[in-house]
Write a new protein. Sequence first.
Length: 255
Amino acid sequence: MSLSTIRFTGSSLRNVQDGLGVISDNISNVSTHGFKERLLNFENVQTKTIDGQSFSGSYLVSTGTDFSQGGLEFTDNNANMAITGNGFFAVQNASGEMFFTRTGNFNIDSESNLVDVNGNYVLSSGGGRITFPENMTSFGINPAGEILVQFANEDSVFLDQIQLADFNNPEGLTNIGSNLFTQTASSGAAIFSTALQSGSSTASSRITGGALERSNVDLSDELVDLMTLQRSYQAISRATTTSDELIDTTIGLIR
């Protein structure tokens, strides 16, 4: 096998492996609330000549994220929230690092703060933590993301409002795992607003309390990508087999 074939085979196998990793991640998160499908971007290689043999197929050139809307699933937890439309929830860890997510499976912690499943604080429209009064009897969320708390024998009282963040190029965000994203130079800086805020990119966005956004993974799309990778693997196998046969023939002639 020539050096050019070894290089072609090695890079192509890594290409297939990377693609399979993305597909595996998507399929494993088909039921994960707020998960956004990772995309495989293929390029058709019409002709590639290796050791005098021509091969064609599809090559994985990049990956991306599909931020399209997922369906809503209603829960019995008023702290759960789902965004319909543009925007991300902004959350912050104890060190002050800020992350962005579409996953709204929030809860109230032991100190009465609204937090996500990782213990990050959900931020209000003022950029601070959202802390519930201990003597409240219940609370609810309206479509603008306003939190209304109820006390015994009293009308609902406004407590705070959920902050949303949007980006000029959401596809430029970096996925750091656990459905959390960080901003980059490519995404641009976060643009903060609230749901239904006039003049903002979230003017048509709504927040539904007691609900979660489902994963937007489409299993049929994953199967199509899997078949594309399978064809790529078959092309790699043919290139390797052809090269081995040429080497065997050459050795036979020498003998």
